[in-house]
Design a protein. Sequence first.
Length: 619
Amino acid sequence: MSEPSENTADKQDEILDTPASQATLRRLSREIKEISTLYNIGVVVGSSLELKDVIWGLYKESGRLINTDNFSIIIYDPPTQTLNFVLNFDQGKKMSNRTLKLSKTRAGLLQDILTGQKPVLLSDIKDPAELDGFKPFRSDMPIRSWLAAPIVNTALPSDSTQGIIAVWSYSPNAFGDHDLWLLSAIGTQAAIAIRNARLYESSRRRAAEMALLNEVARSLSSTLQLDEVLTRIMKQVEAMLNVEAGSLLLTDPATGDLVFQIALGEKADQVKPFRVPRGQGIAGEVAATGKPLIVANAAKDSRHFKAVDRKTGFTTRNMLCVPMVLFDKTIGVLQVINKKNGSFTQSDLELLSSIASYAAIAIQNARLHENVLAERDRVIAAEEVARKKLARDLHDGPVQLIAGLNMSLDFCRKALDKDPSLVAKELEYMQELAAKASHQMRTLLFELRPLVLETQGLAAAIRVFIDRRQKDIDQAARLSFEIETPNPDGELSRLDEKTEAAIFAIVQETVNNAIKHAEAQNITVRLVETPTALYATVTDDGKGFDVEEVLKNYGHRGSLGMVNIRERTELIGGDLSIKSEAGKGTRITVSVPKDPEARLRKRRQTGPLAYPAELRPDA
């Protein structure tokens, strides 16, 4: 192939030197630069999974194509229906971030871009109302030109809008159709990168939340020291959700008020003495309804209990409050206050609700543990009382009789030397003493372990007990025993051994109390069996007592017998009724379900090992 001639090259130079050719070259050069820059934007924003890095890279690269002196990147958060202005510049100066809550009733300019997925160009703005929904960052100069494009890849089917890129000018006609195309292309390049960064951030946050929940579960299972565990959990929540303060409040079963159990933050010590009245405040509403609440602006919320803020000087800006629920009953609330960056989200609510569930279980376990310890102490105390009673009964009864026998034997020994005729009479007296001692010791053994109860049942055991006590007291009072049962043979249906033993002990305690303290002439024990329950009633015509006053002194030694009766009743899932009046005798009735499952359900509601009142599963 021959080389071009000099004339041909000169003609090419002449063509390139024409104004039209120069304009074409400039256009092609600009287009190449734009395409190259758009490619670089895709590379730069796609090179990181950190949302902040993606957004900053998007801003820096966009400045190669379009004037970014006045610039905003706005990220859309679907769960909260908010637009977050995450990076903002006005006349080259970085501006603070802001959040815009989308209206449910009317669509603004930004909302139209989000849903329509189309860019908008306003070339010559004469009325600020044209910027419906976009609030300028400065008020001394009106925006005259405004351009915004959605961050979305419309080439992908059903792609959701990630946000908006907006630029503006204080001069009219600052942007044209080419700028509109460029900004739309930038938005398309940024869409996938921002979506991936948000997914990565969401998965990383979820991993951190799962790690926190795992640590919470581990902490709760490691100790039963409730305050220590809950304080540790609250500190972890405080750090995880990045809040200024947090607290855990428990419901007072007597009043329904909320009482601060754990409080963290600058004013924690001042907060703890407070009680939130039932149903008042945001926490009170959450406790009453059992539904969590996110409050974005506490100052404007009429439900906010402002007394705490006034007293402590602390300012509550926003709040997340969730109920602690156990067996479908709210036992308290968990709340965090003043998120340091942004607002509380649905994800925050779900995390705190999960932690509240763990906390409710921890509270239940700690309370049951405390009840077990208290029951252990009561058992030890009851054993000590039983030992002292046994020692006293032995001392006052058989020991005195045996001492009398010993004295009579000494008398007989001396009488044999001096006057043997006295021995016969003394032997009769000694025989009476021996018989009484034997009877009293057998009675004590019977009361400690009535074998007849195991072999023949409750009715037979009570009948033997009544007969023995009648002999002990002689005619001091008249004891009687009655049975009423639907069974044709006239015998009571058997219950389990522990239940019958408890009923026997209750009857025994009640009869002994009536003999010792009531000064009664007649004491009647009556067992009544129905198809569903067994009723044991002890009635006396003694001097009676003030029931309210005795129950008021529940833990005192003077009412220990009543304590024993009540606790035994509760431990077998029964109900106790006490009716008495000064001068009119006493009537004590214990009713016990015959069905073992019914007794078990009742035990969960009463007794030293019961669930606390607010935790009862079937109350």
